[in-house]
Ligand binder design. Structure first.
Ligand code: MSP
Length: 685
């Protein structure tokens, strides 16, 4: 960990509409922000984490009317549901903003007045086809059979005065800003999407709604017959929430370091928001990060499709921390992820129950029998303990950096590498085989258990932002009180007796049918467990192709896997020219054990089809995004941490009808089936 004091950190989630109940999509962003905030707190940075609810607009007004409530009553009920959900999921936000808060309303009015005074807003008569159900105008061209193209409902021709923000004037400035701040919009492909959008002329933004149509909103300070467009109202929450606050060192909280959002609200955040801020002369947020969607059965989870996973139900059935750790680890930031309850159960059992829980249980049990449940600090380490220490030291530094850099799943995986090494260390050191009658038995036992416990202590501390309650319990079992576990090897001097056992994560029996839950009886079952689910196939982009220095048939490739770059060797030299590989997407077996190939460490294997004459053709998943998963249709992906080459080769892959298949099941990715130009019958490996 860096020794200089890290800078302060302000992170936000979108504010959630109060016409929906919290689902996994909302829970995910909030959790991500919570974990990030947790890591920054762990690193000693002054941190501020904001979430809240978006409470104005026509949908809220209608939903309230339907239920016979006033809009405010409706907002109070729904906002509380979000607050309760975050409490249940152990979310530790610093403030929960509601756009009906008087301070927020006053702030938005102040900003609108400023825009008006500076001539950034103008009135205009606008005539267009208005759809009541979609709350927006359509052009003549957009109508389908004279009706609203989205809902298919009739539209009305309306001539209406509205107020417009001169957004178009900021187009060139925004393009230049995005291009000169390459980290502003993340991931990279989303930045390109926004730049693509900005190649078309940018329109001015209609920022008002007449009260004759909508009353539930913030009244424009310069025309009381109008309310503000809900997005303009909502975006200003990020500043209004922190105007009256400061970090303990007196520094202003705005600008935000990260706005975390879903990909569907990128334009509002990456186009409307920066131009509005520029127009009122406020600094821009440092980064906007758009994550993908949680999908179920290949559709985005949403209330409308009814395919939602209720986060509360999952937490009720399996435990909050297990659920938090699964969500944090499973989605490669930026890409969509499929939710499968079966994959979730597999993860809990392998990582949490087996790896994390077992290590601690073994230490407690052995310490109870041989050391009266009390460990003693060991200063001189054996060679094996020293290598455990050196791994733990490296991971403390690199996992925090990765997580703070939003490479969450990678950072967490690194911590689990240490957890697994502790188990391996215990197995090879085999303290249970020591001679219990020997005079030095307690010393010998303690010499093994202390470093194992010390490495675990660091892991528990590192994982606390992800699993706050369980890691507090785990640290408590080692006799460590809340907040007293510095991330430095050897900083712990055991002072308390430990319990004989602790059950952090009981193994879950997978019943094939999801466990029914009182609050959400409709969780969709995952598909059948298949061994091929253990293989982690990922799309990567080749960024460098070089000849292997010591093997004439090999290339050394550098590939971009979205969250990380890797080096791997590929036996394509002499068959495929480097320019046919460079900048192209390929598929790699990402969880293959690394192998040393004549002095080069190869971290994965590139998939290629070999035709009848032995001609090799790499598989190119066109349009695929680096980091994206390739899965076999109908098989739940639940990759093991590592697989051997033999394990991988035990799953024959073949080209049939132009598509790569595993036992007849097509391999697929976001663009459809994985195609190969090799003839049918070609083997793929
Ligand atoms: N109120 C606006 C945001 C205003 S922020 C100034 C809004 N609210 S929302 O409740 O509809 O959505 C909030 C967030 O939930 C969005 O970031 C959206 O991407 C996210 N999700 C909704 N469904 C989702 C999934 N199935 N998966 C992941 N996140 C998704 O938009």
């Amino acid at each position: 960990m860096s020794t200089s004091k890290p800078a302060s950190f302000y992170v936000t989630t979108p504010i959630y509409y109060v016409n929906d109940i919290p689902h996994i999509g909302h829970a995910y962003t909030t959790l991500l922000a919570d974990i990030l905030a947790g890591y920054h707190r762990l690193m000693g940075s002054p941190t501020f984490f904001l979430t809240g609810t978006d409470e104005h607009g026509q949908k809220v007004q209608q939903a309230a009317e339907k239920k016979g409530h006033s809009p405010q009553e409706h907002c109070d009920i729904y906002s509380l549901r979000f607050k309760d959900a975050w409490k249940r999921l152990e979310i530790n936000h610093d403030h929960f903003i509601r756009t009906t808060d008087p301070e927020h309303i006053a702030f938005v009015q102040e900003m609108l007045q400023k825009l008006w005074d500076n001539g950034r807003i103008y009135p205009k008569e606008y005539e267009g086809w208005y759809s009541l159900s979609e709350e927006r105008f359509f052009t003549e061209k957009e109508l389908v059979d004279g009706k609203d193209p989205i809902s298919g409902r009739p539209v009305e021709k309306i001539l209406e005065k509205n107020y417009f923000f001169k957004m178009s004037e900021y187009q060139d400035w925004l393009v230049e800003y995005i291009e000169s701040h390459p980290d502003f919009i993340q991931p990279d492909f989303r930045k390109n999407e926004v730049l693509g959008f900005l190649r078309q002329p940018l329109n001015d933004l209609c920022i008002s709604r007449p009260k004759s149509r909508l009353q539930w909103g913030i009244t424009l300070p310069f025309d009381s017959d109008y309310v503000a467009y809900v997005w303009v109202d909502a975006l200003f929450n990020y500043v209004s929430a922190v105007t009256g606050r400061r970090f303990p060192d007196g520094n202003s909280i705005w600008p935000a370091d990260y706005h975390l959002i879903g990909k569907d609200i990128l334009t509002t955040h990456a186009v409307y928001w920066p131009t509005l801020l520029k127009a009122v002369d406020l600094p821009l947020p440092r980064h906007i990060l758009a994550h993908g969607w949680w999908m179920m059965d290949n559709a985005r989870m949403s209330k409308t499709t009814g395919n939602v996973v209720n986060p509360m139900a999952m937490a009720d059935v399996y435990g909050v921390d297990a659920f938090r750790s699964f969500l944090a680890r499973e989605m490669v930031l930026g890409l969509d992820a499929s939710f499968s309850e079966e994959a979730f159960v597999n993860r809990v059992n392998s990582d949490l129950a087996n790896d994390l829980g077992n290590g601690l249980s073994r230490i407690l049990k052995l310490a109870a029998t041989g050391l009266d449940s009390r460990l003693r600090k060991v200063e001189t380490l054996t060679e094996a303990s020293r290598s455990l220490q050196s791994l733990a030291d490296t991971v403390v530094k690199s996992s925090c950096e990765k997580i703070a850099g939003l490479k969450l799943s990678q950072g967490i995986e690194e911590v689990f590498t240490v957890v697994r090494s502790v188990n391996k260390f215990l197995e090879t050191q085999a303290p249970w085989k020591l001679d219990k009658g020997a005079a030095d038995y307690p010393e010998a036992l303690n010499a093994i258990l202390f470093p194992a416990a010390e490495a675990l202590r660091l892991c528990f501390t590192l994982l606390k932002p992800v699993m706050p309650a369980k890691m507090t319990e785990a640290l408590g079992a080692l006799g460590i009180d809340e907040g007293k576990s510095p991330l430095i090897w050897g900083a712990w001097n055991p002072e308390k007796d430990m319990p004989n056992s602790v059950h952090l994560f009981p193994r879950i029996r997978w019943e094939k049918e999801p466990v029914p839950s009182p609050s959400q009886p409709s969780l969709t079952p995952g598909s059948t467990a298949e061994p091929f689910g253990a293989v982690d196939l990922r799309i990567a982009k080749v960024i460098k192709v070089e000849d292997h220095p010591n093997a004439e048939k090999l290339y050394v490739l550098e590939v971009d896997m979205g969250e990380e770059k890797r080096t791997l060797c590929a036996g394509l030299r002499g068959q495929i020219p480097p320019e046919d590989l460079k900048d192209r997407p390929v598929v790699i077996v990402a969880n293959l054990k690394a192998a040393n190939l004549r002095g080069v460490k190869s971290q994965g294997m590139l998939l290629a089809a070999s035709g009848p004459e032995g001609a090799l053709h790499p598989i190119h998943p066109d349009g695929g995004i680096p980091g994206e998963r390739v899965t076999a249709e109908g098989i739940v992906s639940s990759p093991k941490a590592k697989i051997t080459l033999d394990e991988f080769l035990s799953f024959p892959l073949k080209v049939e009808q132009g598509v790569v298949r595993q036992a007849e099941r097509p391999l697929t990715y976001s663009q459809g089936p994985l195609r190969s130009i090799s003839p049918d019958g070609s083997e793929v490996r």
